[in-house]
Design a protein around this ligand. Structure first.
Ligand code: AGP
Length: 628
């Protein structure tokens, strides 16, 4: 996905746009560009690599009108940070893309799936392309319709109707220098429109404009907005061109500072250490600790629906999918609802047997992951109830759900998901306790257990705080193993998904190859991998599979393997068997994953920092994947 910022107003647009792009750089950072209107012309600067390269280019190009030069009159501009899909990272492939006469500029997030045929049509008309991107067809099509006498808005409508796939598009033109056009088609990354005083903002995500305004309008799919300095008109793409859509103005509660690093070296580090606060916020107001009653304000489910629930499917991607695998234990264990977990990218292609009296839960931090949104759409089309667990406010997942549970983790900027993982697990635990109030209400033993589980949440923030306390082991492990090429992560039961998550965390920020595996499966083949080089991380806390994990550690040691154990404080036996131990406090069995997640995050972080990796913006990645 990509970062988009647009501005129209009386202030100098360049610093506003560049500042906004900086806050959205986690969405894509292989190249960046900015276009500003200067009377009859559009001035563009683009650069490969980080946004800082673009800023340097602007600062040194003294002749550039972007270098702090107020172009006078209304300031109008767009900027973009890119995560390449079509066309490798290069200046020519960076956005904004410009029409041949230099009078139109477009930035884009998504994929134009039919760009090849559109490009051939334009080439046949004599259009000269300057990039290898799919995006460039958009600006030349708008130019074609403008030259045919259409208004910019109509030209945009006619263009967008011909595009297949999910898109978020923002464009400006010297022909109509008093407006931005913004459009959202399908599930591509969102479009947020910020309402200021005598100025308006457009961004692909709230943090890009939150310092300027908290008043935000979210575009829905198939909507096109005309954004003036003091005006906003939204129309449906397929609707009556004279009919505007009434849009709700949301006031965002997030504090802009929470989207800053503060005294931390990286966003990921900040977000790891925010987890006690984040989980406190996740739980707040949702549990009556006197009786264990759980309320979920936005789930909107009747007792009858809950009791009729035959099965729950969870669809998610990456870390969120690992969270769903943990949630299965909670929802089946507490609420006794059969639960199946699937990758969002697989769910809709296997003709899932979902339907009425079933629910599909989309777990997504960004709320914009195309594969997860597509799975939720499939569920909806098959008549299932669609719920979501989401962190980003106003996201598409939230808007297309029948009910939603907010993670309340606050902005998560680091590409590697941490507090969203643990808060989404807590949300599923809350969901399990909530459903149990209906699904096992007439089985006293189970109803009492569910209430007791809900009460257990009272201790969780402090247990998380204990797990976040300084432990020298992380520096020891980082110094010892930063140069290893392979890691193996082993877990069982509810901590098997944590083995998958630990391996993903390490892979995505340190680029060390790592594999998560169910410990019980090692003897069926992978044990052949064990040697003196590859560290093996074993999650061996005191739970119902503890003895099995101890045996697993012995099998690894018997083959001269290196064992790093995550163990329950005070477990002297593990201390004797493992080479290294990371301690976590004892906790109720179903809540242990929230604690064991933290050593996995901290270890990955320390190893990545020790290897000099770009922790917050790892290569090839983006914070949310809004393309399929
Ligand atoms: C997590 O560390 C990764 N960055 C990635 O796997 C992420 O969890 C996945 O893309 C899903 O994102 P979402 O939660 O925003 O849907």
């Amino acid at each position: 996905m990509c970062g988009i910022v647009g501005y129209i107003g009386v202030r100098d647009a360049a610093p506003i746009i560049l500042g906004g792009l900086k806050k959205l750089e986690y969405r894509g950072y292989d190249s960046a560009g900015i276009a500003l209107l200067d009377g009859a012309r559009i001035h563009v600067e683009r650069a490969v690599g980080k946004l800082s390269n673009l800023e340097s280019r602007i600062a040194t190009a003294a002749s550039s009108p972007l270098a702090g030069h107020n172009l006078g009159g209304i300031q109008l501009g767009v900027g973009h940070t890119r995560w390449a899909t079509h066309g490798r990272p290069s200046v020519l492939n960076a956005h904004p893309h410009i029409s041949m006469d230099g009078a139109i500029a477009v930035v884009h997030n998504g994929i134009v799936e039919n760009y090849a045929e559109l490009k051939n049509e334009l080439l046949a008309e004599g259009v000269i392309f300057s990039s290898d991107t799919d995006t460039e067809v958009i600006v030349h099509m708008v130019d074609r319709y403008l030259r045919a006498g259409m208004s910019l808005e109509r030209a945009a409508h006619c263009t967008i109707k011909q595009l297949r796939g999910s898109q978020a598009i923002v464009l400006i033109s010297a022909h109509e220098p008093d407006k931005l056009i913004a459009a959202r088609i399908g599930n591509a990354g969102g479009i947020s429109i910020g309402i200021g005083q005598n100025e308006m903002f457009v961004a692909s995500d709230i943090p890009g404009i939150l310092e300027h305004t908290r008043r935000i309008v979210f575009l829905e799919s198939q909507e096109v907005a005309v954004v003036g300095q003091n005006s906003l008109q939204v129309r449906k793409l397929a609707g009556d061109p004279n009919q505007t859509v009434a849009k709700e103005v949301h006031t965002i509660a997030w504090d802009p500072v929470s989207a800053e690093k503060g005294e931390y070296r990286h966003f990921m580090q900040k977000e790891i250490f925010e987890q006690a606060r984040a989980i406190t916020d996740t739980i707040r107001g949702r549990v009556d600790f006197s009786n264990g009653e759980v309320t979920l304000e936005n789930l909107r489910i009747t007792p009858e629906t809950a009791r009729a629930l035959k099965r729950l499917y969870t669809a998610a991607c990456g870390t969120s999918a690992h969270s769903g695998l943990v949630g299965k234990f909670m929802i089946e264990g507490i609420a006794r609802v059969p639960t199946e977990v699937d990758y969002g990218s697989e769910f809709r292609y296997r003709d899932p047997l979902v339907g009425p009296n079933m629910a599909v839960l989309g777990i997504t931090q960004s709320g914009e992951t195309a594969d997860t949104l597509a799975a939720m759409q499939e569920a909806h089309d098959k008549g299932a109830i669609v719920w979501s667990i989401v962190n980003a406010i106003g996201s598409q997942a939230e808007r297309v759900s029948d009910g939603t549970i907010a993670m309340r983790a606050g902005p998560e900027i680091g590409v590697a998901s941490t507090k969203a993982f643990t808060t989404s697990i807590v949300d599923q635990y809350l969901l399990a306790c909530y459903l149990a109030q209906h699904t096992v209400a007439d089985i006293p033993a189970l109803a009492d257990r569910a209430a007791a589980c809900a009460k257990d949440l009272a201790r969780l923030p402090s247990l998380v705080g204990q797990t976040l306390e300084p432990q020298p082991i992380y520096d020891v492990l980082a110094n010892q193993f930063h140069d290893r090429e392979h890691f193996l992560y082993l877990g069982r039961g509810i901590n098997y998904p944590l083995a998958l998550e630990g391996a993903l965390k390490l892979k995505e920020i340190s680029y060390i190859h790592a594999e998560g595996y169910p410990a019980g499966e090692m003897k069926h083949g992978p044990i052949a991998l064990i040697d003196e080089e590859m560290p093996v991380l074993c999650i061996a806390i005191r739970d119902n599979v503890y003895e099995k994990m101890v045996s697993q550690i012995e099998q690894v040691k018997a083959r001269n393997g290196i064992v790093i154990a995550i163990a329950t404080e005070g477990d002297t036996m593990i201390e004797k068997k493992a080479d290294y131990v990371i301690w976590v406090p004892d906790a109720p069995p179903l809540l242990t994953p929230v604690l064991t997640a933290i050593p996995l995050q901290r270890l990955a972080y320390q190893l990545a920092v020790r290897r000099g990796c770009d922790v917050d913006q790892p290569r090839n990645l983006a914070k949310s994947v809004t393309v399929e």
